[in-house]
Design a protein around this ligand. Structure first.
Ligand SMILES: *[C@@H]1O[C@H](CO)[C@@H](O)[C@H](O)[C@H]1NC(C)=O
Ligand SMILES: *[C@@H]1O[C@H](CO)[C@@H](O)[C@H](O)[C@H]1NC(C)=O
Length: 409
């Protein structure tokens, strides 16, 4: 960051300190599983919007629809979020991705909703979504154009665009990284963070910088979540590699700011049921945003069953807010675990190999003392093994996982 950038940040910190004083700060305490977790105590989010005390949940248009979006689709999706019961489970954000706007700004320099697909405008859409008890998210780009190149980016227009989003009563901004003219992200993203803070509305700030300049090390001061990876695709290799890349940054996540390995592909058809179950389980354990990416208007029962598992969602939304991580790897057999509130521990036995395997989690690997006796709740089978000591084992199918909450007695 150049000298002028540092200066701007310095002033910004002063401005924001006052807001921190009165603003909502997330509850919860730092985790105990790994020593690096203590890092989560030392930061305060400059955005100070009190959002993201737990990872965001909702839906985004991109993974299934790409640029083929319009206001009817978004309204029908909001309807389906409520009628399916997903909204009641915590999936509150309904988020537009790229391609919602006209190619050019209006004569006053404002972004404009695309007349052919969003004829009623974004404010009307926000009103509709709010009436359903949901929140509306929008998308822009920290560059000159968005990634689709069909609409302008917000670089150099941050204050104006943030005020526009606030005037439309938008609740969430996903901010992409295309056409960025080579300016460092630390400079581009903090401008929008500041603009959102000045917009007069609490707006969740989701950085989509693709993990290029290790945003986990700086974005927790700037936004509520940051992508740690490139875009996910609807296949096993893409999903597993994103889980692994995201895992490296576990120590940096916590209430107020989360690592984001990209949105869910569950229900889009490219993976088997057990692969989607692993995808959802690991995202939940890793405190990743749970942003559904399928067509919820027509999802099948198996998709709904995965996305609506309350016990798995509860791991993701646990108030302690410590990202679970890969704690043991033996070839393709991996144990992932993380602490939860009330001294509970979440564990995933993940078989990434091509045949069924007997997998074991040893207490020493997952932060329990060897003498601890626990009740082991299987979150997918909805059954409990009582008084388990020292280790927990299970037969796990290829590409499947078992997920548990261990409660010490
Ligand atoms: C889906 O679930 C509903 C209700 O739970 C049930 O009536 C229906 O038969 C199921 N459909 C399939 C294809 O399993
Ligand atoms: C699985 O491994 C555990 C030890 O790690 C062992 O106690 C158990 O009997 C094994 N189960 C099967 C079905 O082989």
């Amino acid at each position: 960051m150049g000298e002028s950038g540092l200066h701007a940040c310095g002033l910004f910190v002063l401005t924001v300190m006052m807001v921190v004083g009165v603003g909502a700060i997330c509850g919860g305490a730092p985790g105990l599983l790994n020593s690096e977790s203590t890092e989560t105590t030392s930061w305060r989010n400059l955005l100070a919007n009190g959002l993201a005390c737990t990872p965001q949940m909702g839906w985004n248009s991109w993974n299934h629809f790409g640029c083929k979006i319009d206001e009817n689709l978004i309204k029908e999706t909001a309807d389906a979020m409520v009628s399916s019961g997903l909204a009641a489970l915590g999936y509150h954000y309904v988020n537009l991705d790229d391609c919602w706007g006209e190619k050019n700004r209006d004569s006053d320099g404002n972004l404009v909703a695309k007349h052919s697909t969003f004829p009623s405008g974004i404010k009307a859409l926000a009103d509709y979504v709010h009436k359903k008890g949901l929140k509306l998210g929008i998308y822009s780009d920290a560059g000159t154009q968005t990634c689709s190149k069909t609409m302008p980016g917000s670089l150099g227009h941050e204050e104006k665009d943030a005020k526009t989003f606030a005037s439309w009563e938008v609740d969430y901004l996903k901010y992409d990284n295309c056409e960025n003219t080579g300016i460092r992200p630390q400079e581009r993203y903090i401008k929008m963070s500041k603009a959102l803070l000045n917009s007069g509305r609490s707006i969740f700030f989701s950085l989509c910088e693709w993990g290029q300049e290790d945003p986990a090390t700086w974005a927790k001061d700037v936004g509520n979540s940051w992508r740690t990876t490139g875009d996910i695709e609807d296949n096993w290799d893409s999903m597993t590699s994103r889980a692994d890349e995201n895992d490296k940054w576990a120590a940096h996540a916590g209430p107020g700011g989360w690592n984001d390995p990209d949105m869910l592909e569950v229900g889009n058809g490219g993976m088997r049921k057990e692969e989607y179950q692993s995808h959802f389980s690991i995202w939940a354990l890793a405190k990743a945003p749970l942003l559904i990416g399928c067509d919820v208007r027509s999802m099948d029962n198996s998709t709904f069953e995965l996305l609506s598992n309350k016990e798995v969602i509860a791991v993701n939304q646990d108030e302690l807010g410590v990202q679970g991580r890969k704690v043991k790897k033996d070839g393709n057999l991996e144990v992932w675990a993380g602490p939860l509130s009330d001294n509970k521990v979440a564990v995933v036995l993940w078989n990434r190999g091509s045949s069924q395997a007997n997998m074991t989690a040893h207490w020493s690997d997952i932060g329990l003392s060897p003498s601890a006796v626990v009740d082991a709740r299987d979150l997918w089978a909805h059954s409990t093994q009582s008084s388990v000591q020292g280790q927990l084992w299970a037969q796990v199918d290829s590409h499947a996982c078992k997920m548990y909450i261990l409660t010490p007695k």
